[in-house]
Write a protein that binds this ligand. Structure first.
Ligand SMILES: *[C@@H]1O[C@H](CO)[C@@H](O)[C@H](O)[C@H]1NC(C)=O
Ligand SMILES: *[C@@H]1O[C@H](CO)[C@@H](O)[C@H](O)[C@H]1NC(C)=O
Ligand SMILES: *[C@@H]1O[C@H](CO)[C@@H](O)[C@H](O)[C@H]1NC(C)=O
Ligand SMILES: *[C@@H]1O[C@H](CO)[C@@H](O)[C@H](O)[C@H]1NC(C)=O
Length: 338
């Protein structure tokens, strides 16, 4: 009798395990394998869609040149894709005027992985992730508001940050369909991100969102993200006392290496004051030169108030990053190794 009961308990436990969805399954995933030599080359640009104005066209041209030279695999956008209020529907001519007709270089005819910014949210936010937009331009991959691009050597976690910002919820222009209520949306997002970061086996983990956590150019750091998102991104360095190939300690990280955002119209590299996290802003896709500088408690390694974009080239062990201006000059570059 007791044995039967025990067996029943054991069987139920197994059933529960089998029924529980795999952690991190909630974010849709795109597989984008690296090149045959194991490397990956990517550009990141943000805050761009202004029908070519404010030097959007010059930035696009240099992205094409650098993209060609690096043989890029894809482009990441950090949001505020279409000014001032996103698109009205998937056939809104603004989409072609801001995207298709601007990023015309051969090297940029690759997938673009998209997050939305607050300006995309004050239009029809669902239109940018409607699959019919792919019929207008097949590059425009916004498969969900948050999703993961698995590239083997790097996992990119694209995160929807607009709902975090409290004062937007007082503005009736925001399209919260599929988002409201805020608290449940954010709790789910953070839980899914935590699971996905923990499960990721990729040597590099890069989180991409629209709003900065820490920033020295205007509008500056966001307290909502500092409180809610930052703890999830901060590397939880666990020292395991397991001898591995002669090493006394193996260090395992469940956090992110890097957070890349837009929103602030500048190019910027910040190192976190209390974690290995690097905080990068690539928000120079069009209008810039705001001249608004802010305080941040973290260390500002580089700040440029003008237009431009960033590049990354990674393999399993090494990563090289650079910021470019409208003339294609390298303004700042740095390397990281694993
Ligand atoms: C565009 O770039 C040129 C060249 O750097 C610069 O002189 C000009 O001020 C920029 N225009 C705007 C609107 O930022
Ligand atoms: C799509 O949006 C554009 C721009 O607002 C508008 O002119 C057009 O009528 C809309 N099309 C549909 C099918 O709603
Ligand atoms: C939103 O509006 C309410 C009512 O006007 C106000 O009390 C509150 O402070 C506002 N919240 C934010 C975050 O702006
Ligand atoms: C940004 O960080 C600085 C320095 O800690 C702080 O004084 C400021 O209030 C922060 N701004 C925001 C918007 O959180």
């Amino acid at each position: 009798m007791a044995a039967h009961l025990l067996l029943l308990v054991a069987v139920s436990a197994v059933a529960v395990l089998l029924l529980a969805p795999p952690a991190g399954a909630a974010f849709p995933r795109v597989q984008h394998p690296p090149k045959a030599d194991g490397s990956l080359a990517v550009l990141a640009v943000g805050d761009w869609g202004r029908r070519g104005q404010f030097n959007q066209t010059l930035v696009a041209k240099q992205m094409g040149v650098v993209g060609q030279r690096m043989d890029i695999d894809f482009v990441l956008t950090t949001g505020d894709n279409i000014y001032d209020d996103g698109i009205a529907n998937t056939s809104d001519p603004l989409f072609k005027e801001c995207f298709t007709n601007i990023y015309t270089a051969q090297s940029l005819q690759k997938p673009w992985y998209i997050v939305l910014g607050n300006h995309d949210y004050t239009g029809n936010a669902l239109a940018q992730q409607d699959p019919t937009i792919l019929k207008v331009d097949s590059r425009y991959n916004a498969i969900a508001k948050s999703f993961i691009v698995n590239s083997g050597i790097v996992d990119f976690f694209l995160i929807d940050t607009t709902p975090f910002i409290l004062h937007y919820w007082n503005n009736s222009k925001f399209d919260w369909r599929g988002v409201a209520p805020r608290d449940a949306y954010i709790a789910n997002l953070l839980q899914d991100l935590k699971h996905a970061l923990t499960e990721s086996k990729a040597p590099w983990k890069i989180v991409v969102g629209h709003h900065p956590i820490s920033s020295a150019c205007g509008p500056g750091n966001n307290t909502e993200l500092q409180e809610l998102l930052l703890p999830v991104l901060k590397a939880l360095f666990v020292t395991l006392n397991i001898p591995m190939h002669g090493d006394a300690n193996a260090i395992q990280s469940h956090g992110a290496d890097m957070y890349v955002n837009g929103h602030d119209h500048c190019l910027q590299r910040i190192t976190s004051r209390d974690s290995p996290l690097q905080l990068l802003t690539s928000g120079g896709g069009s209008k810039a030169w705001a001249g608004k500088f802010k305080a941040t408690p973290d260390k500002v390694e580089f700040l440029y108030d003008g237009q431009g974009f960033m590049s990354m080239r990674l393999n399993k062990k090494e990563a090289h990053f650079a910021f470019f201006d409208v003339a294609g000059n390298v303004l700042h570059c740095w390397d990281l190794t694993k």
